[in-house]
Ligand binder design. Structure first.
Ligand code: 4AD
Ligand code: MG
Length: 453
């Protein structure tokens, strides 16, 4: 509808006969005419339609209730009423799909929890319409960011036999009958296979050929963490860059976050106003702040010292060698630095096998970008490009190099320093919309105990 109105505004002749189709948001009747507010989901705004009594199809108007679908032809004219520039004076109206009285979205102001239970209908609300339009625009902006910088988009496999993160949080994929104690060799692929947790390892092979690549697709984690920031199925953006070190990796990750924030500010077409009204009053201010200022950078060791000196009582312990928990990450970015913060050089014991060992032999070149309100939004590293050190790392992680022979080969044939990261698409979207639960920025969320729709 937005495109249609843009087009007809250009030509006066076309304004005389415009056909629109959408869903009724509200209807008000008076004796001689009815007002319909129609929305087709292409943008936030409704189009107001004036239906004079007696026009073709007028007998159907009383059945044009909230949620009904309609098609209307008429003249687009400047509106004398408040709140809209243009309105449609109908010549003909047609009820396309009726709606019975049990339509769940009659009233405004449903809770987000309730709307999750009707995920098939919630895109029709102003809030979720705005979220999912933002999701679409952000996906496009991600491609733009990388394509502008000559990155090649690579489709890494969704079915895999390797556990990239070594965390064992994988969904197994099998065609074996559930009740049969069969050997892995009898399974579809002749070995155990899973849904991917990350496209990184395959991405690295392409970076070691095409230099700059990125993936953007669904990833799966069977983590049993029922939090507002974890989903079992989520989308990840994973760039990988050859001849790049940790500094370059952090630069790229921070530039991507800022680019997406700027893009949301510039191209949100009114949707940001919805988030400001219903979700977070200071959203725009926060996004502008992030778009403009450099991020803070601290080493893991410095971060742990700051946390120990903070005088705060945390639920989880803080000590060198322990993972930073979400509450620690949020304290650093929200309370201490009060801006996005990149933490780097983590102890090797708490990070996967592929990260490059630093000269101190204690830490690896890992980095996490933390943002206020969410915590970790990006996780990445420079990769271990030295064959002997990689093999040593694998041994430490109890991995068999033969299972990763192709990954090891990259270090045997023209090895190069390279680095990359994974950005959680939904977490980025939460940051840009202010939505506080990951379930509300995924069309159909998959979380522990919930795989509906
Ligand atoms: O930090 P993670 O586990 O890193 C990797 O998977 C690397 N292989 C990426 C790479 O270097 N190419 O995950 C990356 C990001 C996290 O920072 C987080 O934003 C998001 O993915 N993420 C999740 N988002 C939603 N639900 C989950 N369960 C997530 N787990 C990770
Ligand atoms: Mg991580």
């Amino acid at each position: 509808m937005r495109e249609l109105i843009k087009r007809v505004l250009r030509s006066e002749k076309e304004r005389d006969s415009v056909t629109i189709a959408g869903w009724v948001r509200t209807r008000r009747d008076s004796k001689a005419f009815s007002f319909l507010e129609i929305n087709d989901g292409t943008c936030l705004a409704n189009l107001q339609v004036v239906v004079d009594a007696g026009i073709a199809g007028y007998d159907q108007v009383e059945r044009m209730l909230t949620g009904a679908s309609v098609e209307i032809t008429g003249r687009l004219v400047p509106s004398l009423g408040q709140g809209q520039q243009w309105e449609l004076h109908a010549d003909r109206v047609r009820l396309v799909g009726e709606v019975p009285a049990d339509y769940p979205l009659q009233k405004k102001g449903h809770s987000l929890e309730f709307l999750r239970s009707i995920s098939h209908l919630r895109p029709r609300t102003n809030l979720h319409g705005a979220v999912f339009r933002m999701r679409s625009r952000m996906a496009f902006a991600i491609h733009q960011f990388f394509q502008e910088r000559d990155f090649t988009y690579v489709h890494t496999p969704i079915l895999t036999a390797s556990d990239c993160e070594g965390a064992g949080e994988m969904f197994r994929v099998t065609t074996l009958p559930p009740d049969k104690a069969a050997q892995d060799a009898e399974d579809f692929f002749g070995k155990r296979s899973y849904l991917t947790v990350s496209g990184q390892l395959e991405g690295e092979t392409f970076a070691c050929a095409l230099s700059n690549i990125y993936t953007f697709g669904p990833t799966f984690r069977a983590e049993n963490s029922n939090t507002s920031r974890h989903a079992a199925e989520f989308w990840m953006i994973e760039p990988e860059v050859a001849f790049c070190d940790l500094q370059g990796d952090m630069d790229l990750a921070e530039a991507l976050v800022q680019y997406l924030v700027r893009n949301a500010l510039e191209n949100s077409e009114g949707d940001l106003a919805v988030f400001e009204k219903f979700v977070d009053k200071s959203l725009r201010e926060r996004l502008e702040f992030v778009a403009e200022r450099p991020f803070e950078r601290v080493t893991y060791t410095e971060a742990v010292e700051l946390l120990l000196k903070s005088g705060k009582t945390f639920q989880y312990p803080v000590a060198y060698g322990l993972n930073l928990q979400s509450e620690h990450e949020r304290w650093l970015t929200e309370e201490h630095f009060k801006k996005p913060t990149t933490v780097y050089n983590y102890p090797k014991e708490i990070k996967p096998f592929y990260m490059r060992l630093n000269d101190d032999e204690k830490t690896v070149t890992a980095m996490d970008v933390l943002v206020p309100g969410i915590g970790e939004i990006v996780g990445g590293s420079q990769r271990e490009e030295r064959l002997d050190v990689l093999l040593e790392n694998m041994k430490r992680h109890h991995l068999n190099p033969e299972d990763y022979w192709w990954y090891v080969d990259l270090r045997r044939y023209g090895s190069v320093p390279h680095a990359g990261f994974g950005m959680g698409f939904e977490r980025m979207l939460m940051f840009a919309t202010g939505m506080s639960n990951i379930r509300d920025v995924i069309p159909f969320a998959r979380t522990p105990g919930s795989c509906d729709f």
